[in-house]
Design a protein around this ligand. Structure first.
Ligand code: P6P
Length: 335
């Protein structure tokens, strides 16, 4: 197979649109450059004083790691100067982010989590960047939060970069999901996982069982079912939970399985689940469906949700299509 870079792949896909201006390709190039810079810093984090905490808290009330502050600034600056966006949302920023003063505005809207799983940085577990791309829907002179609060079915692209044993960018523009592995010796993302398809059911489940006592009965019954011999496999599923959404999602995307972060009544911030809709659940749901999988709150398709707040949280049940369906059946029975 010829080594195909992510840029060549995007240009190939752009040929589907004869009237394409190249702006979308330009935006993706900005994201790719930001990903390479963040990857470089993640790789050397243990060697320079950017491990540890900044002493600040983000809009979520979570301690901000130096590396995720760096990732947020890198992503915001490169896209904010690139001329392709008119507004952005970041997990690390309470308010929307606009193009940097003196730089042009564009026709795209990007929501991103600059470095998800950052609590794993100091223990060298895989972490990741997640992004979703919409077109603006308001007059650019009045770009507003309405451009950000769009449904996942209106996404025109989404992806993540996982900083693990290697740095891999997984991306879709609506024509399948494809993975590209960064070759540091040439500084290019090379096509390594073409047209990813998730098995329709898996043998892995990913959930923080420490919350078991705080879940709804339907989720408790479902996890008990997975651990029994009475499930669809006729043997217990295997538990795999890294505590880093991108890492858990990436494994299940390739191998099949189910990831759950349901709502729980342990923490008032998690009565709607812990994970955020705009820059975590939506982009990953888009990729899951592009790969033949599914993503739901348990009662509603993630991509159908109309966002109402920038940082709103949702329960997330995502992965193999048949596994997600079974969770929904358990929930429906309890209603
Ligand atoms: P818990 C990381 O902080 C994160 O946002 C996701 O990456 C991850 O899936 C989840 O939280 C882990 O949360 O409550 O299991 O530690």
């Amino acid at each position: 197979m010829d080594a195909l870079t992510v840029t060549q792949h995007i240009i190939e896909q752009q040929k589907r649109f004869p009237d394409a201006t190249g702006e979308y390709t330009g935006l993706l190039e900005n994201i790719i450059i930001a990903a390479k810079i963040i990857s470089r810093e993640v790789r050397k984090a243990g060697l320079v004083e950017i491990l540890g905490l900044t002493g600040n808290e983000n809009v979520q009330g979570e301690e901000v790691q130096k590396l995720d502050e760096y990732a947020n600034i890198t992503f915001s600056n490169i896209l904010g100067k690139g001329g392709h966006i008119c507004i952005m949302a970041s997990e690390e920023s309470e308010n929307p982010i606009f193009p940097i003063k003196g730089y042009p505005s564009g026709k795209y809207v990007v929501s991103f989590d600059p470095l998800d799983g950052s609590s794993n940085i100091d223990v060298n577990a895989s972490i990741g960047t997640i992004f979703g791309i919409h077109r603006k829907i308001t007059d650019c002179s009045a770009c507003s939060i309405d451009d950000l609060l769009q449904k996942g079915t209106d996404l025109i692209g989404a992806g993540y970069i996982i900083y693990g044993s290697s740095t891999i960018m997984v991306y879709s523009a609506g024509y399948g999901t494809h993975g590209f592995t960064l070759d540091p010796s040439v500084g290019e993302f090379i096509l390594s996982h073409e047209n990813i398809k998730t098995p329709k059911y898996g043998s892995i489940y990913s959930v923080n069982e420490g919350n078991y006592n705080y879940w709804d009965n339907s989720i408790k019954k479902y996890i008990d079912y997975l651990k029994s011999n009475n499930n669809n496999l006729k043997k217990p599923y295997s538990a795999r939970y890294i505590g880093s959404l991108v890492a858990d999602f990436h494994r299940n995307l390739l191998r099949g399985g189910i990831f759950l972060y349901p709502k729980d009544n342990k923490d008032p911030n998690k009565t709607h689940g812990k994970l955020r809709l705009l820059y975590e659940a939506q982009p990953l749901a888009y990729l899951a469906e592009q790969s033949g999988g599914a993503a739901s709150t348990g009662t509603e398709r993630i991509l159908d949700i109309i966002p109402t707040e920038l940082h709103q949280r949702v329960p997330l049940i995502i992965g193999s299509r048949d596994d997600v369906r079974i969770v929904e059946e358990f929930i429906a029975r309890e209603v």
